[in-house]
Design a protein. Structure first.
Lengths: 229, 114
């Protein structure tokens, strides 16, 4: 879990897309994570690694503006993060996929398209095909397996016209093909200038290139968790 | 990379909610049945004098509908909270009040169970 050498130093002249300074979160005086300092630049994929209960999900919820940090600051394009600034730029994949089980896969994606808009050059149907669910368009999500539900949720992320992906355990429930698929989606996203923050407990990893890693440990035993140069 | 319009978002939300009501129509008729039963029980309890029933009819119907609405109120946002849809709504690039108004106009008018 040693942080890999930072390959993105050249990009650091530009303001970071997302930057955390001294970010910490505590629930009922019990520290959950932090303090953390890191920056996420366009074209970068950063992996947050930590064991179960180390606060990965909480960190993503804080970064997506759904929870207020106990201390520290989050900056988005060098401005303080607010939901209004963040929401047009972010797609969140949470543990609860945000899918309606009674609706078909394509109906869920059409709803997401209406709500968030659509990335140019892609449609709900092509996004579904892109995650390997061709032919499942009209199957109610309730009847899909856990891995297939995850793929539908990934298609929703893929569809959103945003630069920042926050993916909580994108590899969970996926088969080997699915893991490769997530890596491919992340690579394409980074290549078109997007940035992604993903969490994993380390069993699988983003293997394309060498992603920067931020180890996350319970705040009580936190050593130096600085992920940036 | 332009987000969709708020009108489109509200339309999508209303369309989704109406589809969900239709898919779960068994749940949606629950409050309606409840209101009908309450209204039907009043003449049984008070006796069949038409004059008296005519006087209380409007009030009874209103109260029954209100109580039936109360049944659905609890579940107004619960389903969305539990399956993560609420997070997605909050993170949509539209004013939250628009979404919740679209939402409650859809959930509120026909007694709706989610």
């Amino acid at each position: 879990m040693t942080p890999t050498p930072d390959r993105t130093r050249a990009r650091h002249d530009h303001p970071a897309l997302l930057e955390a300074r001294g970010l910490a979160f505590a629930r009922n005086d019990e520290p959950i994570f932090g303090p953390l300092d890191f920056a996420l630049h366009p074209g970068e994929v950063v992996l947050i690694e930590g064991d179960n209960g180390s606060g990965k999900t909480t960190l993503l919820r804080v970064l997506s503006g759904l929870l207020a940090p106990t201390s520290g600051e989050i900056r988005l394009n060098d401005e303080p993060l607010t939901l209004a600034r963040l929401s047009p730029q972010v797609a969140l994949l949470a543990h609860q996929g945000g899918l309606k089980f009674e609706l078909g896969a394509i109906e869920n994606l059409r709803f997401a398209a209406g709500l968030h808009g659509v990335r140019s050059g892609i449609s709900p149907a092509t996004a579904l095909a892109g995650v390997g669910l061709d032919g499942y368009a009209d199957v109610p999500v309730r009847q899909l397996s856990a891995g297939q539900k995850k793929r539908v949720a990934l298609a929703r992320v893929l569809l959103a016209p945003v630069g920042l992906w926050l993916l909580d355990e994108p590899y969970a429930n996926l088969d080997l093909d699915g893991i490769k698929l997530v890596n491919r989606l992340l690579e394409n996203h980074a290549n078109r200038g997007g940035a992604a923050l993903i969490t994993s407990h380390g069993a699988y990893a983003y293997t394309s290139g060498t992603p920067r890693r931020i180890p996350l440990r319970p705040a009580s035993s936190a050593i130096d968790v600085r992920g940036t140069a | 990379m332009k987000p969709g319009s708020t009108t489109a978002a509200c339309a999508a939300l209303i369309r989704r909610d109406l589809t969900l009501v239709w898919r779960r129509r068994g749940d949606a008729v629950n409050p309606i049945l409840f209101a009908l039963i309450v209204v039907a029980l009043f003449p049984l309890a008070l006796g069949p004098e038409p004059e008296q029933l005519r006087r209380i009819a409007a009030g009874v119907v209103f109260v029954a509908i209100l109580l039936a609405g109360l049944l659905a109120l609890d579940t107004l946002f619960r389903g969305d909270y539990e399956d993560g849809s609420l997070e997605q709504l909050v993170l949509s690039p539209h004013p939250l009040s628009f979404c919740s108004h679209a939402r409650s106009s859809c959930t509120g008018s026909p007694p709706h169970c989610r």
